[in-house]
Design a protein around this ligand. Structure first.
Ligand code: GTS
Length: 229
């Protein structure tokens, strides 16, 4: 590992966001915690839509990785792939062409069909981040995306009936994307139907991973610190 390249990275995020969780879990899986500091961007006050943050990420979304030389990388998948390739043999995004292709496909499906769909439901069919941030809402579109997410839950249950991980035989960033979807589903109170037993069994296994345990502990501790102020 080239320690000069990876030193002094900053991740701009909000501590308990489901998309930020994807990158925080990836950082823990890669054991790169000591190389990274976190800079808070408050989603609830709309800091991510202010010019200072938009200059870092045109999309106005979190997280963003900032390298020591000021280079900015947005999009969870891109950040995860960058970190994965930086720190030795890729383990989250695949090594062989077949692994890379399959993991990318399944992560993209988890994103488009499940996590992004839940996010759209949150922003359009619930109060979302509140009136200051949610300047346009389309409830009908939000509800359609909720149904899309429910269909995707069924799909991932079918996948996990046949294989131990989302993209096959090994843990990958595709699993992390579905973990992010479970985190968002809990926030928006969109329960994963109990009959999807394979999906639930997989999720229970994922919750035993040190990276996921550490994320949950960090969220609890940060919430407690914020409540005591
Ligand atoms: N495609 C982006 C990625 O993969 O990074 C999506 C990022 C995203 O939607 N992030 C959320 C966000 O910034 C953070 S969170 O909802 O998980 O906390 N949402 C704010 C908004 O206004 O859309």
């Amino acid at each position: 590992m080239n320690t000069t390249t990876i030193a002094n990275m900053t991740i701009h995020d909000w501590f308990d966001g489901p998309y930020p969780a994807r990158v925080r879990i990836a950082v823990a899986e890669k054991q790169m915690q000591s190389q990274i500091r976190y800079e808070a961007v408050n989603l609830w006050t709309g800091e991510h839509k202010q010019p200072a943050f938009l200059a870092k990420n045109y999309s106005g979304t979190l997280p963003v990785l900032e390298l020591a030389d000021g280079t900015l990388i947005a999009e969870c998948t891109a950040i995860t792939e960058y970190l994965d390739n930086l720190a030795g043999t890729p383990t989250l995004s695949g090594t062989t062409p077949l692994e890379k292709g399959t993991i990318h496909m399944m992560s993209r499906r988890a994103e488009l069909e499940l996590l992004d769909a839940i996010s759209t439901y949150f922003h359009h069919a619930t109060p979302g981040l509140g009136p200051t941030v949610e300047l346009y809402q389309n409830r009908e579109w939000g509800l359609r995306q909720r149904d899309r997410a429910l269909r995707a839950m069924k799909y991932f249950d079918t996948v996990l009936q046949k294989q131990p991980y989302v993209a096959g035989e090994t843990f990958s960033m595709a699993d992390i994307t579905v973990i992010g979807a479970f985190i968002f589903a809990a926030i928006v109170k969109l329960p994963v139907p109990p009959e999807y037993a394979a999906l639930h069994a997989w999720h229970q296994r994922m919750q035993q991973r040190p990276s996921v345990i550490a994320w949950e502990k960090m969220v609890e501790q940060t919430q407690a610190t914020m409540a005591s102020k």
